[in-house]
Design a protein around this ligand. Structure first.
Ligand code: ADP
Ligand code: F6P
Length: 320
């Protein structure tokens, strides 16, 4: 392929810039014309794009967010929107597109592929909720951000003998909550993948640890469960322990990407260009058992993955 495009779509994630950089650098090295498409599928539908060169991606590997900007684009889901995008691809001579985003963005890439524009997806989302991937770009940075924020909360929670109920992101998945919860030494972690009983899993656990001398508590709640304000109020009412709710929110999406996110993003970006150079599209890049692999995009979207229940058990065994 001689001309390819790259876009970032859906919720931004730290490390997306490292992936863009890798696509642009390797693409240019291979003699391709690389178009940077702005604001995800919106830029593709309206031709908002520019030709990138080796220097357009200088000084971005260390930056959170995405220099190409991102968007959620409902119009692109319509046949009309899709046709607009295809028309732009034809006009620009764009033979393939690298789509960096979550599974919604991959569904868009699948639909474009079905209409003759080969796409390669790169998993970029803090949620780590893409079935074919053990790991998604941004997940490591987000977990580290949560850990740092909850460490700060622990200081004040301990000073006041309180309970902090903290909501973390993840959409319908509990990966951030589970892993950051372990790293923060949470008393209880509530995730959508595991049924819980408020009395048993929150109140009784707090009481049990209280008997051994514990005076402050951190409860991590995935956003897929939510309701942290009500939970904090209920804990205070039932136990008499002063409680505060904190929703960490979008702070989890920003910040300087970790080494892991930068390295994985760089590898995935290069793999995407290698595929498109060979004329191979309709693929999703993934990380499986620490190896970079790729799957057929249809197969990838039909895969399922489940959370590590042993890790969930372990988390609660050691948080007493
Ligand atoms: P993410 O990629 O992070 O999962 P979204 O679910 O918001 O984020 O998807 C990003 C964009 O991908 C959407 O705004 C839309 O343009 C496109 N998209 C999402 N779902 C579909 C779908 N089923 N078919 C076509 N395009 C889709
Ligand atoms: O997918 C990333 C994510 O941050 C989710 O964790 C969260 O549910 C969602 O995006 C928030 O979306 P928005 O930025 O559109 O509010």
């Amino acid at each position: 392929m001689k001309t390819i495009g790259v876009l970032t779509s859906g919720g931004d994630a730290p490390g997306m810039n490292a992936a863009v950089r890798a696509v642009v650098r390797l693409g240019c090295e291979k003699g391709m014309r690389v178009m940077g498409i702005k604001r995800g599928y919106n830029g593709l539908m309206y031709g908002d794009m520019y030709e990138m060169n080796l220097r357009s991606v200088s000084n971005i590997i260390n930056r959170g967010g995405t220099v190409l900007y991102s968007a959620r684009s409902p119009e692109f889901k319509t046949e009309e929107g899709m046709q607009k995008a295809i028309e732009v691809c034809k006009q620009v001579g764009m033979e393939g597109v690298v789509v960096i985003g979550g599974d919604g963005s991959f569904r868009g890439a699948r639909d474009l592929s079905l209409r003759g524009i080969p796409c390669v997806g790169i998993p970029g989302t803090i949620d780590n909720d893409i079935a074919c991937c053990d790991y998604t770009i941004g997940y490591d940075t987000a977990m580290n951000t949560v850990m740092q924020m909850v460490d700060r909360l622990r200081d004040t929670t301990e000073s006041h003998d309180r309970c902090s109920v903290v909501e973390v992101m993840g959409r319908r998945a509990g990966y951030i909550a589970l892993n950051a919860g372990i790293a923060c030494g949470a008393t209880t972690i509530l995730i959508p993948e595991v049924d819980f009983d408020f009395e048993r899993d929150v109140i009784d656990r707090m009481r049990r640890t209280q008997k051994t001398g514990k005076r402050h508590f951190i409860i991590i709640v995935a956003e897929g469960i939510g309701g942290v304000s009500e939970m904090a109020a209920r804990i205070e009412e039932v136990t008499g322990i002063e409680s505060r709710a904190t929703v960490l929110g979008h702070v989890q999406r920003g910040g300087c990407p970790t080494v892991r996110d930068r390295v994985v993003a760089s590898k995935m970006g290069c793999r995407a260009v290698d595929l498109l150079e060979q004329g191979i599209g309709n693929r999703v890049i993934a990380m499986t058992k620490d190896e970079i692999v790729d799957y057929d995009i249809f197969e990838a979207l039909n895969m399922t993955k489940s959370i590590d229940l042993n890790l969930y058990k372990l988390a609660h065994e050691i948080s007493i």
